[in-house]
Ligand binder design. Structure first.
Ligand code: BEZ
Length: 228
């Protein structure tokens, strides 16, 4: 695929298909059906920022697994390089990397997901994160440059926020953390605005900005989302 002409993946659209060589054997998009996963790229094995990120990803991995969310790394390196690097991380830093890493030597996955930013590097993938849900739909995309390590707690928070939205049909405000109040979808009629202001058990700054504790969100609104 020609990178310049490729259609880049977008939020709300199906994740591009892949069939890749990884440190855990061959993995395909369809292997992830029914569970969430995060596909992330790093520039290169045996590089300092990437090493700190891999330690960070492995720290949040148990929490992600509890959310039915897997992790899948990627770079344009060989599977032998990946194996040597994860062994080095275990030997020197005592951290075992449990999740698979794609060896994308032919760049097929990197190009399908738009992970190479030629203005930054022609040979490395930037620090991209794709959150894909259990129906293989892209739910969030994060791009970071080569020089900046990602915030693992933000990635975890993002998955939790998306799953909360699916389960309860609510939105989450800036800096939301589990346990914080959530935001009710804004009404889209004048009558709905009146009703919203008259309703009890929620805290409205105005008709379009109402918050509620998640525990007080009506059960009827719950469990209609795509998260399991
Ligand atoms: C790093 O992981 O340290 C790194 C990789 C590529 C470019 C710059 C930094």
């Amino acid at each position: 695929m020609c990178h310049e002409n490729a259609t880049l993946p977008r939020i709300g659209e199906p994740a591009p298909d892949f069939d890749a060589v990884t440190t855990h054997g061959r993995l395909k998009l369809e292997d992830y059906k029914g569970r969430w996963f995060i596909l992330f790229s790093h520039p290169a094995d045996f590089t300092p920022v990437c090493t700190t990120e891999f330690i960070g990803f492995s720290e949040i991995y148990p929490e992600l697994r509890k959310l039915n969310c897997d992790l899948l790394g990627l770079s344009i390196d060989s599977v032998f390089s990946h194996i040597a690097w994860v062994r080095n991380i275990q030997e020197k830093m005592g951290v075992r990397i449990e999740f698979p890493i794609i060896a994308d030597l032919d760049r097929k996955v990197a190009e399908a997901y738009g992970m190479i930013m030629p203005g930054e590097s022609q040979t490395e993938t930037s620090r991209c994160v794709f959150v894909v849900d259990d129906k293989s739909i892209i739910r969030a995309i994060i791009y970071y440059p080569l020089s900046t390590g990602r915030n693992m707690q933000e990635i975890l928070r993002l998955v939790r926020a998306l799953q909360t939205t699916d389960q309860h049909k609510v939105a989450t405000p800036a800096n939301w953390q589990p346990g914080d109040e959530v935001i009710l979808p804004a009404p889209n009629t004048d009558e709905g605005a009146d009703k919203r202001l008259a309703a009890e058990g929620q805290y409205c700054t105005d008709w379009y900005l109402c918050r509620k504790p998640l525990s007080a969100v009506a059960p009827a609104a719950a469990d209609k989302g795509g998260c399991h």
